[in-house]
Each structure stands twice: as structure tokens, then as C-alpha cells.
Design a protein around this ligand. Structure first.
Ligand code: AMP
Ligand code: MG
Length: 370
């Protein structure tokens, strides 16, 4: 299949003919990838079981992992979801359109292929103007998981979508950079109190300010086991993973940087390629360690096989989230054997970042706290 990649601007009127084409493809059962404020999505008609099957096939996604339905207005919600509570209405009024997905009892018209066989349905109203225009043009709820091959980091640039989906889908809408960079918060509204199934930009505190008590699926930051299974079927899979072995080091910046540096030097001596994921703050420490090693003649300036990849600033959590997946993909591109990274706070938005990073590392974490 020939995949058509089209650049779109924020000027929806000017690009109207593109949305007409995307809408037609979707109504006819084809697939279109598109930007949202969280990550790029892989869209298909959420009411068409064949379109859902195509999504699972294009991604290589297990069919028990349900898809989120994306809508452009509230009327669409009442068409696909039942028992929308007052609490849910409050959350909708505050956070929609935006990076919050809510799980409701599903209406009969939603095919069970879309919901991975569950009798509930996950729904989100994205705020990205391109996503909104595309859903409106299609006129149906759009089932859209992240537009990556299953198990790979989610796409935050159109070029990531091209890498994973070229030849597998009809169209890619290239809307440039993504604002948030990690997937939406998912809250199960079918239980009391509501339960966070996946942490995201909308935090527990933000939800509780609006809707009262909200609990957290206890599996979100630890390795799932037979006895402790995540309630969102997709969260049990090894998501977001780069190809190299990723190890996380917890502790003070100085301690973490010196242990990672030592570890990286050992691997370099074995002729292995290493990437170190650094922040603006730790980079200062690494630079010092590198120049000390050079002055001591331990390494030559040009035979350094260690790549320092800048993730963002610890002072700006949003920069860390926005760059995380692109950095993991960059490590893949550089075909490194080992990746080492520092960790981040588990508070607020940090919880979502660490949920993704810990999964990417397959829970391979070394604690250097005293
Ligand atoms: P993705 O679309 O790749 O961001 O993944 C969607 C996530 O939403 C997966 O972890 C799914 O398991 C989860 N999800 C979708 N629908 C439901 C549902 N009805 N109940 C619980 N989790 C859901
Ligand atoms: Mg995904």
C-alpha cells in the first residue's frame, strides 16, 4: 500500500481539501495517522469492526488491548457511552478537550473488536486542532491507539509515524511537533471511586480537585505480576521499549552520573556502544567526568563511543516528557547496545514520566540512594 504523507498547518480552512480526503478514507474503512496534543494517533472508524482489525494488524497489537475512541463534540459521547455520571460531567467540563481519557460502560453500537472484548469503552476528546478537524470530517468516533508498531516508543513526530507505518496505512497527517509527548491520563469512571489506569499530564491531584477521591491502579509503578495485573489490558505489555538494554539509576545527580560514567567506560572498553540519557543538570557533571578522563589519558577525545543524549531540564518536567520517546528512538537509530539514564520525581506529572521510563527499562532499576 502507498502511504500518502501530507503536511497540515494550524489553518484548518486552508487545508479543508486534505480533511475531506482524510474523512473519506476513514468513512471507507481506511486508516489515517494524525497528531494529537499527547502523541500521534493511528485512526480508524471506531464503529467499524474491520477498521479496528486493520489497526491491530498495522500495529501488530494484541487484539485484547482495547482502543480509545476519539470524539470532537459531547454529542458523540452519549452515542457511544452509557451511564455518564455527574462526576464524569464535571471532569469533562474541566479537562475536555484535552489529554484525559475516561472509561464508561459501552453502548451497543460500539463493536467489541474496538474494545478488545470488554463491555466498557475508553473515550477522549483531543484538543489538537488537526485531530478535531479530522474527526469532524469523518463524522464518526475515531478509534486511535498511538501510531507506533506495538512495543516501540510512541511517535511524537510525523517522521516516527513514517518509520513505523509507511506502507501499512492510507495517510499520515504531518502536524509537526507534539505539545505533551506522553499518552493521555486514563481514568476508569465505572468504579467508585474512579481509578487512574494510566498516569498522564492530568494528575491525580488535578482530578481530585474536581471530582473528589480518585484512586490509583497499584501496578502503575511496579512490575506487573500474575497476582498484580494492571486493569487497563494494554498496561501489562512491555511498552515504549527501545531495542538496547536500558538501565535506570536512582539517587543524587552526582552519584548517579559517576556510576553511569564508570559503567559506560567499562562497556566502551568491551567495544560496546553506549548512550547516556542526560539532563541539562547532569550534563554538567558528565562534561567534567569526560574532561578529567581525557586529561588522565583514560580516553582519547575522538574514540569516545559514548553518546550523551540530552532529554531536557530537570527544572522543566514538561521538556522531559516531550522529548522522552524521541530520545529512545534516537538510541535505536544509533544502534547502541546499552542505555543508561537518571530517574525523575514520582510527584504529579513525574509519575507519568516514570511510569513510561520504568516500563521502557523493563523495571531494570538500580538504587544508589544511601
Ligand atoms: P494507546 O491507545 O496505545 O494509548 O493505548 C490505550 C490504552 O487504553 C491501553 O493501555 C488500553 O488497555 C487502555 N484502554 C482502552 N480501552 C479501555 C477500556 N475499555 N478499559 C480499560 N482500559 C482501556
Ligand atoms: Mg500505545
Amino acid at each position: 500500500m502507498q502511504t500518502k504523507t501530507v503536511k497540515v498547518t494550524q489553518d484548518i480552512k486552508k487545508d479543508e481539501y486534505i480533511y475531506e480526503e482524510a474523512g473519506r478514507i476513514l468513512r471507507e474503512g481506511g486508516l489515517v495517522a494524525f497528531p494529537t496534543e499527547t502523541v500521534y494517533g493511528l485512526g480508524g472508524n471506531g464503529l467499524d469492526p474491520d477498521a479496528s482489525r486493520k489497526i491491530y494488524a498495522a500495529k501488530g497489537r494484541p487484539s485484547d488491548n482495547p482502543l480509545i475512541l476519539h470524539i470532537a463534540d459531547k454529542e458523540m459521547l452519549y452515542d457511544i457511552a452509557e451511564n455518564v455520571s455527574d462526576k464524569a460531567e464535571k471532569l469533562i467540563d474541566t479537562f475536555w478537550p484535552g489529554p484525559l481519557t475516561m472509561v464508561f460502560k459501552k453502548a451497543d453500537k460500539v463493536p467489541s473488536t474496538t474494545t478488545g472484548g470488554l463491555d466498557s469503552v475508553a473515550v477522549r476528546m483531543p484538543s489538537h486542532p488537526v485531530a478535531v478537524a479530522m474527526i469532524r470530517a469523518a463524522g464518526v468516533p475515531i478509534a486511535a491507539p498511538s501510531a507506533n508498531v506495538s512495543g516501540r516508543p510512541s511517535p511524537t513526530l510525523a517522521k516516527h509515524v513514517v518509520e513505523d507505518m509507511d506502507g501499512r496505512i492510507e495517510m499520515i497527517l504531518d502536524g509537526g511537533n507534539i505539545a505533551i509527548g506522553i499518552e493521555s491520563t486514563i481514568v476508569d469512571m465505572t468504579s467508585a471511586p474512579p481509578v487512574i489506569l494510566r498516569p498522564g499530564y492530568i494528575t491525580k491531584t488535578m482530578l481530585e480537585e474536581v471530582a473528589g477521591e480518585v484512586s490509583l491502579d497499584p501496578t502503575l509503578l511496579v512490575k506487573p505480576t500474575e497476582d498484580l495485573r494492571p486493569r487497563a489490558p494494554g498496561m501489562k505489555y512491555r511498552h515504549y521499549a527501545p531495542k538496547a538494554e536500558l538501565t535506570l539509576y536512582e539517587g543524587s545527580i552526582d552519584k548517579v552520573a559517576s556510576v553511569i560514567w564508570k559503567q559506560a567506560l567499562e562497556k566502551m572498553a568491551e567495544n560496546r556502544r553506549v548512550a547516556v540519557i542526560a539532563t541539562k543538570e547532569s550534563k554538567v557533571v558528565y562534561d567534567k567526568l569526560v574532561s578529567e578522563a581525557e586529561s588522565a589519558g583514560k580516553i582519547q577525545p575522538n574514540d569516545n563511543k559514548i553518546d550523551f543524549i540530552l532529554l531536557g531540564s530537570r527544572q522543566d518536567e514538561e521538556s522531559i516528557a516531550r522529548n522522552l520517546y524521541a530520545v529512545l528512538r534516537e538510541c535505536d537509530e544509533k544502534a547502541v547496545d546499552y542505555i543508561y539514564s537518571e530517574t525523575f520525581s514520582l510527584d504529579n506529572f513525574g509519575q507519568a514520566i516514570m511510569n513510561r521510563l520504568r516500563k521502557a527499562a523493563g523495571y531494570n532499576i538500580i538504587n544508589l540512594n544511601d
